[in-house]
Design a protein around this ligand. Structure first.
Ligand SMILES: CC(C)(COP(=O)(O)OP(=O)(O)OC[C@H]1O[C@@H](n2cnc3c(N)ncnc32)[C@H](O)[C@@H]1OP(=O)(O)O)[C@@H](O)C(=O)NCCC(=O)NCCS
Length: 172
């Protein structure tokens, strides 16, 4: 199985929409991606697709967020990520996260926040955000709200509450 990873292009939008719908079994995440792409927090280099035989089977997106504490700290939210159901558990998600984190570092970001499966993200070094006193703006289980420092002590002195941009909060 030959998996290729690359930056998402406009021609991929429809397929990415479908992959997210299949993976999440609802359209919310696909619509979230559409809103993020239109907003100022979108970083096109951090929207990646995974392909097998020219067919898109996975997608990952990182976009800008801020953490408000004593000062305002720029970070990234990993959201959403999806692999088509029939291609799950074959390591494609792992490849997308690894490649994504490489790109994130290349672009000079030094941290990532994720709200997601507690059994999944720790494999890639994510820890509870509460470890750094970083809080979610709404009620979530502590173990589901995670973060990673990509440079040493990136979060030091940056405790605070994440502010998700409006595109995350819009409910349709
Ligand atoms: C979560 C998701 C993106 C993972 O993609 P994937 O290609 O199946 O993941 P991988 O095959 O790379 O799995 C990497 C590791 O995580 C494990 N894993 C996969 N899905 C998992 C899950 N839901 N919970 C816990 N562990 C999981 C795998 O067993 C593997 O472990 P290993 O390396 O120790 O063997 C995919 O299952 C998906 O699209 N799910 C539906 C949408 C979703 O929930 N997205 C994430 C929102 S937080």
């Amino acid at each position: 199985m030959n998996v290729t990873l690359r930056k998402e292009e406009e021609k991929d939008y429809k397929k990415v929409y479908e992959v997210n719908c299949f993976a999440f079994q609802q359209e919310n995440e696909s619509k979230l991606i559409e809103r993020i792409r239109k907003g100022k927090n979108f970083v096109s280099e951090l929207s990646l697709v995974a392909e097998i035989d020219d067919e898109i089977v996975g997608h990952i997106l990182f976009s800008r967020i801020k953490i408000f504490g004593d000062s305002v700290f720029d970070s990234l939210a990993l959201a959403p990520m999806a692999v088509s159901p029939k291609f799950q558990k074959k390591g494609i998600g792992r490849k997308l996260i690894k490649k994504g984190m490489e790109k994130v570092k290349e672009l000079g970001f030094d941290s990532i926040i994720v709200l997601g499966h507690k059994g999944y993200y720790p494999k890639f070094g994510f820890q509870r955000a509460s470890k750094w006193n970083i809080k979610c703006p709404f009620e979530v289980p502590d173990e589901a709200f995670m973060a990673i420092e990509l440079t040493e002590r990136a979060f030091e002195g940056n405790a605070g509450t994440v502010k998700y941009p409006d595109e995350f909060m819009e409910v349709e």
